[in-house]
Design a protein around this ligand. Structure first.
Ligand SMILES: [Zn+2]
Length: 302
């Protein structure tokens, strides 16, 4: 057996366990429960070998409107730290409130961008969710860096012995995010278009930070059916602005985007809101790099 196969064999049971419940603690690492991928990634990168992290949202699952199994709700009380984002996944909000875990890190504070009509946000809809602000803050490297720093602080409070390590690991993520932010600013500075058409309104932070508009076919909820009026609006704007690409994403069906693009005789491209990993060889950073390449094509940047 070569080294790779041994590693794969050793990892397989862990991954399996992580998918259905929090692994039993057999070591003295911190048992951290994260509610979905971008938060899980931060915990993993900052905590490294001092933490065992699992995600409430299954790998490749769509985190909006996640439903929790009873075992997961129980895991929330047993975790050393729960990292979630209030206002994004109401089942997690309710479980955290009911189970009152010992330590909680709430990333809801970073999601401050107000939603607009262009996001396809229907202000009259009352589905019991907090949809007044855009939840996808992690797509803004500056806000994500802020979260990394604050999370290192929280981990240090829970596990003071690891404080130095947490700070150093957070700093290296912050440094990488600073480079990423500069790359986005530079490469999106001079573009032919100022609008991208996307399937769900996940890119508000990128649009806001790097000065373009997102035109969403189906609002903030990726599962929502777009209204005929919204489709008409997208169609006429694409024609008026001479756009050449409609973007679909990884975790949501590309059907609407493909049909519309075919009707209009233009291309489709992939923009990933990084709500979950489909391919585990990817990371936040590799996806953000690819998103930048796609945005440059869609916006026609020099
Ligand atoms: Zn989303």
């Amino acid at each position: 057996m070569n080294a790779k196969r041994i590693l794969a064999a050793a990892l397989a049971p862990t991954l399996l366990l992580a998918a259905c419940s929090t692994p039993e603690q057999e070591d003295d690492t911190l048992n951290v429960l994260a509610s979905f991928y971008p938060l899980e990634y931060l915990v993993q990168e900052i905590g490294q070998d001092r933490v065992t992290v699992s995600s409430l949202t299954p790998q490749g699952g769509e985190p909006h409107d996640l439903e929790l199994a009873p075992a997961q709700t129980k895991d929330i009380s047993g975790a050393d730290l729960v990292v979630y984002q209030s206002g994004f996944q109401s089942a997690v909000d309710k479980a955290v409130e009911a189970r009152t875990p010992e330590h909680v890190f709430d990333a809801g504070v970073y999601a401050t961008l107000a939603l607009t009509e262009d996001d396809g946000h229907d202000h009259s809809a009352d589905d019991g969710h907090d949809h007044e602000t855009d939840p996808h803050f992690w797509l803004d490297p500056k806000l994500y860096a802020q979260a990394a720093q604050d999370l290192a602080g929280e981990l240090s409070e829970v596990d003071p012995e690891g404080a130095e390590q947490y700070q150093a690991n957070a700093q290296s993520i912050v440094d990488k995010l600073t480079v990423l932010d500069q790359q986005y600013s530079t490469e999106l500075a001079t573009c032919q278009h100022d609008t991208v058409v996307v399937t769900h309104a996940a890119f508000g932070y990128l649009a806001h930070e790097y000065n373009f508009n997102q035109l969403a076919i189906s609002g903030i909820d990726p599962e929502a059916e777009p209204s005929p009026a919204q489709i008409r609006n997208v169609r006429s704007q694409v024609e008026e602005l001479g756009l050449k690409t409609i973007f679909f994403e990884t975790l949501v069906s590309p059907k609407v985007a493909e049909t519309l693009a075919a009707d209009l005789g233009i291309d489709t491209g992939l923009l990933d809101p990084i709500e979950g990993l489909v391919n585990t060889e990817e990371t936040y950073f590799s996806i953000m790099e690819n998103n930048l390449t796609q945005l440059k094509t869609g916006l026609g940047c020099a």
